[in-house]
Design a protein around this ligand. Sequence first.
Ligand code: PTJ
Length: 250
Amino acid sequence: MTEIPRTHPRYLSLTMRERLVEGVRLGVTAMQGLIAHGRGEAFDYILGEKTRDFALKAERAAVAMMLLAKHPVISVNGNAAVLVPEDIARLSKVVGAKVEVNVFHYSPERVEKIKNYLEKFGMEVLTACDAVLEGLESARRIVDSRGIYVADVVLVPLEDGDRCEILKKHGKKVIAIDLNPLSRTSRMADITVVDNIVRALPNMVRMAEEMKEWDRERLEKIVERYDNSEVLAEAVREIKEHLEKVADEF
Ligand code: PTJ
């Protein structure tokens, strides 16, 4: 890996890139994951690379929904695996969620590599690939009968595609993490966290540690009051305002 000087003004961003490149080298991250990351980076840039209030609202509602769920599952692809493995392990423990590998660029060998990689961070990982989500054409249809197949709430980080709609058709609630508020997945999810996963997951772990003590009624109120369309609209408005502010500074 290239050594990035800590004093570099783009240190965090460059470190993320290095992790993903290393992920590709290990066979965990898909080459296409680098392109997908570039799209995310661009949105992060125009959001000012910080967690906004609308994202905190979504993160809180997401944690409440996961704590209330009977079978919450965190779906992990090759990007999420290398960017936030420690936080995936922590969140799954605090909210009692299973962790399942689900990828678009599928091969049994790659799924095995992601599982082995994640297990080093002390979590159990489902990869049975013994059930199919009817209605889905892509490889994401291949799921674990103890995981996504029976889940009532699925956390879906970093994907813009066809799965969210089908998960919903199967009666599941979907929480997306996607820096792009315009993506198909962002628009279809029940809760969309428009934040970088490297900030979103640590925030969610912190919130979950506090909220796990709350009674169900309090958590239910948070979920009931949450309005995803409003949050997405706020995200787009804030992007616009941020860009206008930057333009004024030139
Ligand atoms: O590991 P696989 O085979 O499942 O492949 C994973 C990728 C990411 C290649 C696959 O899911 C894909 O092609 O994703 P998309 O359709 O490009 O969507 C990725 C979405 O994640 C985009 O809307 C990006 O804006 C967003 N994104 C990328 N990096 C981040 C992000 N959102 C939050 N945090 C990030 N770090």
